[in-house]
Design a binder for this molecule. Structure first.
Ligand code: SAM
Length: 165
């Protein structure tokens, strides 16, 4: 992961940590960068292996349901306005506003797979995790105040999942 203390390719299928050695996981806008069957599910299985029995995972990613609803509602105008408030330099280069929906899906080639709650819960289930609970960014920040706020509930899915129920 770029800019982190550990240089690990999450798509490689192997994490250099012992079984049960991790007590908390926070992944914000990472899972959508991995291909579903060949990368993400093997990665989630590795994650489950390295997690302690009482480990809690917090995951956020673009929300497929919110993005599709935004296109239907106003071709993504409200979501794009929200992005521009948070990232003042953001630009569609003059393209009509629905191009923002493409950007959320593709992120200029960096996104491999978007999720709604059902699909992310299914992927976690393939790796042996129990059903994920939908939460909000505030819940994550209350548990982990060391993370900077993203203020992105409007376009993101936040879930909490425990290794064991
Ligand atoms: C949109 S950024 C999110 C960064 C940060 N978590 C945040 O919330 O601002 C996506 C992150 O996923 C990481 N990433 C994507 N694919 C990866 C892979 N195969 N292995 C490791 N990290 C990966 C990128 O390096 C980048 O840090």
């Amino acid at each position: 992961m770029s800019g982190s203390e550990c240089d690990i390719d999450l798509a490689a299928g192997r994490m250099p940590f012992p079984d049960g050695s991790v007590t908390a996981v926070v992944m914000q806008h990472v899972v959508e960068h991995l291909e579903l069957h060949g990368q993400l599910i093997p990665f989630l299985r590795e994650l489950r292996r390295i997690c302690a029995e009482d480990a809690v995972l917090w995951i956020s990613c673009p929300d497929l349901a919110k993005i599709c609803a935004a296109y239907t509602a106003d071709r993504g105008q409200a979501l794009k306005d929200d992005r521009c408030q948070r990232w003042p330099d953001y630009s569609l280069g003059g393209a009509p506003v629905q191009q923002f929906i493409n950007d959320l899906f593709q992120a200029r080639g960096r996104h491999r797979n978007l999720f709604d709650l059902e699909l992310l819960t299914w992927a976690l289930g393939q790796a042996g995790f129990p059903v994920a609970e939908r939460v909000e960014e505030a819940d994550l920040l209350a548990a982990h105040p060391e993370f900077p706020p993203r203020h992105d509930d409007e376009q993101s899915l936040y879930v909490r999942v425990c290794k064991s129920r």
